[in-house]
Design a protein around this ligand. Structure first.
Ligand code: AP5
Ligand code: MG
Length: 214
């Protein structure tokens, strides 16, 4: 299984695609956003430090993120099955640090325009138990029972940063930081693969499986 990165704007579909891949592959999903949200829920020192940045649509400082990812990918499950990184790296510093500790096989860039993202962000609901992601504005992605997880049957939750104002800030942050990361990986021949993230879930998933040869 390749070690790979899912790279894309807020709401591009990184977490949703990772969820699909997990259904048929043991590769370990490492989402820095999910790790922060778990730390916030458990009121850890990392969570306390990250919360304000996240709610303001800013990046958590590199020193915190890089340490957290290094710890996670040093664990046995990642050694055995490889990783799919979701939301990391997001800065040049993070990309360079990753190169020091791991070999990357593919960087998958989810290509989507800003105007397609707002509905995705505002319509997103997630399961607090299993993490499954839904969207109330998309027929393919609505829960079978309104407001409940299809699998766990618990009430779905809405992220504190999924509002119009914070989305705008997250978008601005993405635009100001992402070009450097894409340029960095673009210099490594054959590493970057782009997919059209505006397509339906089934098509996007098929594109990703082709790239990963799964
Ligand atoms: P993070 O949790 O990574 O948020 P993000 O990058 O803003 O991305 P999202 O999780 O919002 O979107 P996604 O691409 O996963 O989309 P999803 O699949 O859910 O980070 C949150 C915060 O943590 C950051 O702002 C920052 O503060 C901090 N942080 C995290 N990593 C960091 C780092 N490395 N450095 C510093 N700080 C960091 O899909 C979105 C919606 O669209 C869903 O409702 C879904 O159902 C729907 N959808 C998905 N695919 C499709 C499709 N093909 N068609 C229609 N709808 C779709
Ligand atoms: Mg996500």
């Amino acid at each position: 299984m390749p070690n790979f990165v899912l790279f894309g704007a807020p709401g591009a579909g990184k977490g949703t695609l990772a969820g699909k891949i997990k259904q048929f592959s043991p590769v370990v999903h490492v989402s820095t956003g999910d790790l922060f949200r778990a730390n916030i829920k458990n009121q850890t020192p990392i969570g306390k430090e990250a919360k304000n940045y996240i709610d303001n649509g800013q990046l958590v400082p590199d020193s915190v993120v890089i340490g957290m990812v290094k710890d996670r990918i040093a664990q046995d499950d990642v050694k055995e099955h490889g990783f799919m990184l979701d939301g990391f790296p997001r800065t040049l510093e993070q990309a360079k640090s990753l190169d020091e500790i791991a070999q990357l096989d593919v960087v998958v860039v989810l290509d989507i325009k800003k105007e397609d993202l707002k509905k995705r962000i505002l319509g997103r609901w997630s399961c607090p138990d299993c993490g499954k992601i839904y969207n109330i504005y998309n027929e393919e992605l609505t829960p079978k029972t309104e407001g409940k997880c299809d699998d766990c049957k618990v009430d779905l939750t809405h992220r504190s940063d999924d509002n119009e104002e914070t989305f705008q800030k997250r978008w601005d942050t993405y635009i100001s930081q992402s070009a450097a990361v894409i340029d960095y990986y673009g210099q490594k021949e054959g590493l970057v693969e782009k997919i059209d993230a505006t397509k339906t879930m089934a098509f996007t998933e098929a594109d990703l499986r082709k790239i990963l040869k799964l």
